[in-house]
Design a protein around this ligand. Structure first.
Ligand code: AMP
Ligand code: GLY
Length: 422
């Protein structure tokens, strides 16, 4: 069996790593991949957004199954395109992926499905948005409507900061088309939790709860990033809370999408704020999280390929999905300057040669030159620790992190610390 994974980050390295362990021994390809993925799959230099190029490759190589990692090709309609040509693909259609690609659409789903979320108002003109901010209580959250790689959200403590965020997005075009419409949203004070789920549009199978660390600096300081680290399972996500989220968030969202004529198939990601024990949805994503995937998917005991096929073939109700009971911590190492501008091409020293069940470094922005592995993105590596307890997993992750070096490397030193308060 031949499988193509689309994407080039730590999430995709994890997916490839997991599929490589399948008892079905698939032959793996990745487009475009990175220096870590290369050791497990044949990397092909086709951009994740080049739908025509990807389709031509799949037809030429007679790939049996395509797994989409990132949101951009989903929002461009890769699943619709592949299905029209009778090619098997894992992920939601363009219509269903709007739950991530448009925050306004996502709010509409939540309203229809009576899912708890922050109150929000959308604007496509600057002046009314600024006037609205004059009345709004602080802090206030300003969000670009479209896809902005996790950087389109500003939690503003002052009115001036909020107004600047509106101007940056709508006048300066900071997020291009994605920021021409903004949402101004009520600030929710609580603790964040990610619950992802496999769904075939009918059955929902939640994964273990994880916690991401969005801010660039220790103690949740500095700007939002794509994610600086994660751990799983997060003690905040008790069994009772997982069941509540499945019943009150995941199923209602999946059912609402079906009723609107765009059934969702793939991984639905719920980004939650737990406010005094009650889950509110901050965002939905239409794919696996990054870096959550790096700590959740290795704990999946069931063969990932079996789960993906059950989703694609609408028989998820017939599959028992099991999990390991140990703990994973992922520390993300980033380039100096990220999430702002950064340099690439810096040599990475101290990388593990292999990834096995306990020692894993998932590559994100890396590339191989003739002689070495170099940085090639903002988020460079996800260093994983696995252990029987959160303490041991965290210690292992930091032990390995400290043995890796590149010029200007940055990482947070407090990944998973919040869990110790539970
Ligand atoms: P989003 O992309 O919508 O998940 O937002 C990115 C990050 O901004 C979230 O992970 C939160 O840390 C923060 N955030 C977003 N919306 C809110 C909100 N309504 N209240 C508080 N924090 C928020
Ligand atoms: N870790 C947040 C995301 O994948 O969107």
């Amino acid at each position: 069996m031949k499988i193509l994974v689309i994407g080039s980050g730590g999430r995709e390295h994890t997916i490839v790593w997991k599929l490589a362990q399948s008892s079905r021994k698939p032959t793996l390809y990745c487009a475009p991949g990175n220096a870590g993925i290369e050791s497990l799959a044949t990397c092909v230099p086709i951009d994740a957004n080049d739908l025509a190029g990807l389709k031509a490759f799949v037809q030429l190589e007679q790939i049996d199954l395509t797994v989409v990692g990132p949101e951009a090709p989903l929002a461009l309609g890769i699943v619709d395109e592949f299905r029209a040509s009778k090619l098997k693909i894992f992920g939601p259609t363009k219509g269903a992926a709007r739950i991530e690609a448009s925050k306004v659409f996502s709010k509409e789903i939540m309203t229809r499905a009576k899912i708890l979320t922050a109150k929000a108002q959308s604007f496509d003109q600057v002046a009314p948005a600024l006037a609205y901010l004059d009345q709004h209580e602080l802090p206030v959250v300003v969000k670009a409507d479209g896809l902005a790689q996790g950087k389109g959200v500003v939690v503003a403590a002052t009115r001036e900061e909020a107004k600047q965020a509106v101007r940056d997005s709508m006048e300066q075009g900071r997020f291009g088309q994605a920021g021409q419409r903004v949402l101004i949203e009520q600030f929710l004070d609580g603790e964040e939790l990610t619950i992802m789920a496999f769904t075939d549009g009918l059955t929902v199978v939640p994964m273990l709860p994880a916690q991401d660390h969005k801010r660039v600096g220790d103690g949740d300081r500095g700007p939002n990033t794509g994610g600086m680290g994660a751990y799983c399972p997060a003690p905040l996500g008790t069994k009772a809370l997982q069941e509540q989220v499945t019943r009150q968030v995941l199923y209602p969202a999946v059912e609402a999408l079906s009723r609107m004529g765009c059934p969702f198939q793939g991984v639905l990601y719920a980004g939650l704020m737990i406010v005094k024990g009650t889950p509110y949805v901050l965002e939905f994503n239409a794919r696996m999280g990054d870096p959550e995937t790096q700590v959740v998917i290795p704990l999946l005991k069931t063969d990932l390929l079996e789960v993906i096929e059950a989703v694609v073939e609408h028989r998820l109700d017939q599959l028992a999905v099991d999990w390991h009971d140990d703990t994973m911590v992922c520390v993300v190492m980033t380039s100096e300057g990220y999430p702002g501008a950064y340099q690439t091409g810096r040599a990475i020293h101290g990388l593990l040669r292999t990834t096995d069940a306990t020692r894993m470094v998932f590559h994100a922005g890396t590339a191989r030159t003739d002689t070495e592995v170099v940085t090639a993105g903002g988020r460079v590596l996800g260093v994983i620790g696995r252990g029987a307890t959160l303490e041991s997993a965290q210690a292992e992750a930091y032990r390995v992190t400290k043995s890796i070096a590149f010029e200007g490397a940055h990482y947070r030193t407090d990944i998973a610390c919040r869990a110790f308060s539970h």
